[in-house]
Design a protein around this ligand. Sequence first.
Ligand SMILES: [Zn+2]
Length: 304
Amino acid sequence: MNRFAIAVFAGVSTVLLGAAQQFQPGNPAPNFAAAEVKTTNLGSQTYLLQGEGANVVVAVGNDGLIMIDTQFAEMNDKLAAAVEAISPRPVRHIILTHFHRDHTGGNAFFAARGANIVAHEAVKTRLAAGTTNGLTGNVMAAYPEAGLPKQTYNNAGVMIRQGGRVAEVKHVVGHTDGDSYVYFRDANVLVTGDIVTLGRYPNIDVPYGGGIDRMIEGVDVILAAGNDNSKVVPGHGPLGSKDRVVEYRQVLVQARERIAKLIAEGKSEDEAVAARPNADNDAKLGVTPQQAGNFVRVVYRSLK
Ligand SMILES: [Zn+2]
């Protein structure tokens, strides 16, 4: 992207992508005061918790809990209350699917209550250094030591065990450079992080290792995990299934093809947005023009 395009993008899209590390692009800022945490029983002592920010999954072991992601710090009290309503046992391990604040904001809070924070080593690197939005310069400040993962793993992944429960944690590309998905085999629940978001377009964090091709690659890994009957918990959006992930993959593939074509025709990023290449899927997903445009921008940027 040339300097003119960056200037145009920054001018036009500050509101759109300025908070992309915090919020899904184009979505309004969360209303934490009004937020409630909804709990869904996925069976086999495994629960989905939905509030503001990431979908959270809790697996109950006979002497403690394994939790996936922590939502925003602003949700700490409500999330903790929802977890306690499931089980009085302590959260022993928290596995982070990636570094974004809507998935990691509660780290220090839950660590202070005794949770071991576990993540891919790249997540720790990002959180320890702080991150800057490549377009707007918005800063996500470095996390204090208390909010950093205590246990890290490399691309080989890790198995986290607690009280008879096993979280199979695997590294996957490419919403960021440190994504993981988690499989609870006993409950047949796949927790995808933001490699999969249902009912909306995904964000792709291009400055921090995300890209549309890597994202499709990651979706293929998730489709190969578990089995046809796996319950799929996306990073955001409703509980899904493998069929829903197949539909989602198709949306990504179509966007990639269409935007690559516009790039080959010499279209600028703004021209690509204006061409509304995904109009059919925009309508199916019911996204706003702003959300539709943001998705075009991140795909465009990852192909450029
Ligand atoms: Zn994210």
